[in-house]
Design a protein around this ligand. Structure first.
Ligand code: ADP
Ligand code: MG
Length: 843
């Protein structure tokens, strides 16, 4: 099947589809179907649910099937909400995952196209180059300097140089040299590969079952909330016992079974009110919704915990070319040795790739065209050989044969090219000062040099052995992106340092740094200096230096390490194969959707679809917003649980009969049904605080629920408790028969206060009318409020009220409840005012 024809034509689309149907998708590890049952089981094992079931069972046993039934309805309601929420987060996460499924280039119908790696079939001709993660097994049919890192498969760190297929494979190595394996990485060169095996049939697929997907890691926040919930469960258990005992002693006249069940029910109500089972839900919902919102802004988060870390970033290391600048180069200045501009332009063109991809080479070729040398003319001869570009050498060359003449055309950084040229000392000095001049304008300076050996024996094996004649310098401009200056300013205001990393020379870097308003643009660390520093020295240096020039990708890891050792949270961009380890090492590795290679994307936590610095800054800002909102939600949930728990705790001590309690278990569940959706909907949508980019990065070690937040929540919850319990107690005081009316008052106060509380806690600084105005256009927020109000009306005034042991309230009572709830929450606005005045006085 492997003749020249099939190779150049590839499969036809029709044939590919047939094979796809036969072999299935190219999935290394078949996706596990999420088990719906296991999800339900998970919900069923939560303490909250167990309490609910216990209450329901007790009601049934007591011969109160109606109460038991209501409980069961609520249980179904709560499970419903949880399952819907989980299903929605799963859906969001899956659609995010799909956005970064890898593509491969193949030949189909004789044309080169890009397809999803999933759609690869045996018989496809796949084209790979540096940076590609190989998605299936196949035979190498054509290659050029192909080197593959097979460590993921063989554990062997050394790259493997591949060969084209041999007719007789004599080697008895298991791993073949003429074969490419799925899951390995191309580190150099390019090749055409005839796909042989896909999916589970590949070598990687065979061991796939073992490596499967990495287990889901829990995030620091998840750990924190889990331990919080655990503590609360223990407290709940203690309170359960306490309240049970007190209730037991309160009702000596009742029968044994009555005493027992009433005691257990009071205990259950309290325990339910004490367990903040919303916390874990808040986390997953807020983080996944956050990731989803980021995706809409062209920034893909690959791991949810990154959303958390983003808000804490304190150092932002970015590549100059392409991220800070537009990567749209133009030749702005040329300097020709001996005033021979035409040779300079000609040699510059010959030193470019014939199918230029690099923006710099494109700029050079279009300059050639402008000067009257179109590509068709330029590349007429035969390309004998090439010296490939490496980051270490920072130069490259082409050897052309044309009109019986051999030409070596080389280009690269002046530091690399000039030593190869036969220059006298004065000439060398003159050349260097030209380079200085051009660099100082922020231009990237490339030296062009050439040689014309008499015959093929005069062609050295490596570029460093060439003896060249300098043709001149080319200065390329790559203007900074327009918004960068503003973004760097806003980062500085937010306590985030911007660090520029570039392969360009220091003078160019400094000139650009100055243009974009970076501070201390004249102190620079070069790659060479870096090599000669030890880690301790570097750690000291990076405290002040923000520009790194002439660095190799390998240096990036050391730079990240130095910052991290200083306690910074580092975000770093990278797009090459060699950047992968630095990206992994950084707290937030950022790769580019456009320029970045597969390996970089795979190592990254964040993929930018538009390669734009502004998007990074926006993403960090969003990270802060999401964290803020999580904090607000946690504070809110904590606060609103206080009146519920305190009511259940206090009543037995006041000697209130179990039947007259403010909140029976079913009312607690009713409130839970409101609290959860309210906070995950309203608080998740809150826009950023106005000072979000004016404060220092969050200290990642700081607890989510710190002393300040706890105090705030206790005060807020305490006030609501006073209002609701007061309303209930005074109404009840008239006569014990008024329990339903008193309960309705108390419940109405809590439900209304809940609405106020969400709005007040929407912002730490802005007053309630500002926050409402900010999301006034948001229909969802209004829907939540109206839903709560409608719910209140229905439970008070419909026939349901009897089942729920409530009574209708008079207009006067409703008004009182409204005023009480408003007063119990809105006092916090005065606190905000005091803060504002204090901050203003401090300034
Ligand atoms: P950056 O980090 O700014 O993208 P690079 O690592 O791409 O810089 O390039 C570093 C240096 O290598 C450049 O300043 C230039 O001197 C040289 N260089 C880069 N690309 C080429 C090329 N295609 N041909 C010759 N020299 C190059
Ligand atoms: Mg580059």
């Amino acid at each position: 099947m492997k003749n020249e024809y099939t190779i150049s034509m590839g499969l036809t689309t029709v044939e590919a589809r047939k094979r796809h149907d036969r072999f299935g998708p190219n999935e290394l590890v078949p996706r596990k179907k999420e088990n719906f049952l296991s999800k339900i089981l998970h919900v069923l094992s939560e303490p909250m649910f167990l309490l609910l079931m216990a209450a329901a069972v007790i009601y049934f046993v007591l011969g109160k099937p109606r109460d038991g039934l209501i409980m069961l309805v609520f249980v179904v309601g709560i499970i419903g909400i949880e399952v819907v929420q989980e299903w929605k987060t799963d859906k969001t996460l899956n659609s995010l995952k799909q956005l970064f499924t890898p593509h491969v280039r193949v030949i189909r119908d004789g044309k080169e196209t890009s397809i999803l790696a999933l759609e690869l079939v045996p018989g496809d001709v796949m084209l790979i180059q540096e940076g590609v993660k190989i998605p299936a097994d196949g035979i190498v049919i054509r290659q050029n300097d192909l080197c593959v890192d097979e460590s993921s498969l063989t554990g062997e760190a050394q790259g493997v140089w591949k060969t084209e297929e041999e007719e007789t494979t004599l080697s008895d190595d298991y791993w073949r040299k003429d074969y490419c394996y799925a899951g390995t990485l191309v580190t150099q060169g390019m090749a055409a590969v005839l796909i042989d095996k896909i999916g589970a049939a590949t070598e990687y697929g065979k061991i796939g079952a073992m490596v499967a997907e990495a287990p889901k890691k829990t995030t620091p926040l998840q750990k924190q909330t889990r331990s919080l919930v655990r503590t609360c469960v223990i407290i709940a258990a203690a309170l359960f016992v306490l309240v049970g005992i007190v209730t037991w002693r309160n009702i000596p006249g009742h029968t044994f079974s009555d005493r027992l069940t009433e005691s257990i029910l009071s205990g259950i109500a309290l325990a339910m009110a004490t367990i903040p089972e919303e916390f874990p839900v808040i986390l997953t919902v807020f983080l996944s919704m956050g990731a989803w919102r980021l995706a809409k802004k062209k920034s893909l988060v690959r791991h949810l915990p990154s959303v958390e870390t983003l808000g804490a970033v304190s150092v932002l290391c970015v590549d100059k070319t392409g991220t800070i600048t537009m990567n749209q180069m133009v030749v702005q200045e040329v300097w020709a040795a001996h005033h021979d501009k035409s040779s300079l332009v000609h040699m510059m063109g010959l030193a470019c790739e014939t199918d230029a991809y690099d923006p710099m080479e494109k700029a050079m070729l279009s300059y050639c065209e402008k000067e009257g040398i179109p590509e068709t003319h330029l590349f007429k001869g035969e390309l004998l050989n090439e010296y490939t570009f490496t980051n270490e050498l920072k130069m490259m060359g082409h050897i052309w044969y044309h009109d019986n003449e051999i030409i070596i055309a080389a280009k690269g950084s002046p530091e690399s090219i000039l030593p190869l040229c036969n220059l006298s000392s004065p000439e060398f000095l003159q050349a260097e000062s030209r380079v200085q001049e051009m660099s100082a304008q922020g231009l990237r300076v490339i030296a062009i040099a050439s040689a014309k050996p008499k015959d093929k024996s005069g062609i050295p094996d490596v570029i460093t052995e060439c003896e060249l004649t300098l043709n001149g310098f080319v200065g390329l401009a790559d203007p900074p992106r327009k918004s960068v200056k503003k973004d760097i300013e806003s980062c500085a205001g937010a306590g985030i340092r911007t660090v520029m990393i570039t392969g360009d020379n220091g003078i160019t870097a400094a000139a650009i740094a100055k243009q974009i308003g970076m501070q201390s643009y004249d102190s620079i660390i070069t790659g060479n200096m870096l090599e000669n520093m030890d880690d301790a020295e570097l750690r000291e240096k990076v405290k002040t230096v923000s520009i790194f020039s002439r660095v190799l990708p390998e240096h990036k890891t050391r730079i990240v390490k130095a910052f991290k050792d200083n306690g910074e949270i580092v975000a770093m961009t990278g797009d090459g194969v060699n950047d992968a380890s630095a990206l992994k090492y950084a707290d937030i590795g950022i790769s580019m959707g456009g320029r970045g290679c597969e390996a970089a994307r795979e190592a990254a936590d964040l993929i930018l679809m538009d390669d734009n610095f502004s998007t990074i800054v926006d993403t960090i800002k969003d990270g802060r917003r999401i964290f803020d909102n999580i904090r607000k939600a946690v504070g809110y949930v904590f606060a609103i649980h206080i009146p519920i728990a305190a009511a259940s705790l206090l009543a037995p001590f006041l000697g209130i009969a179990p039947g007259c309690l403010l909140l029976l278990p079913l009312h607690v569940v009713l409130l839970e049904l409101i609290i959860d959706p309210t906070c995950s909907i309203v608080l998740e949508r809150q826009p950023p605080e106005s000072d979000i980019m004016r404060r220092k990065p969050r200290n990642p070690k700081k607890k989510l629920l710190d002393a300040g937040l706890i105090l705030k929540s206790i005060l807020q919850g305490g006030a609501i408790f006073a209002a609701s319990f007061g309303a209930y107690y005074t109404t009840l005081a008239g006569s014990p028969n008024h329990a339903p009316a008193g309960r309705s008052m108390g419940l109405a106060v809590i439900m209304l206060a809940n609405l106020f509380l969400v709005q007040v806690n929407s912002s730490d600084h802005d007053y309630i009318f500002t926050t409402i105005k900010k999301i006034a256009k948001d229909h969802v927020m209004w829907a939540v409020n109206i839903f709560t109000l409608l719910g209140l009306i229905i439970i008070l005034y419909s026939p349901l009220n009897e089942i729920l042991k409530l009574a209708p309230l008079s207009a006067h009572q409703i008004l009182t409840a409204f005023m009480l709830s408003a007063a119990s929450v809105l006092w916090y606005e005065a606190v905000k005012l005091v803060w504002k005045v204090k901050i203003r006085m401090e300034k």
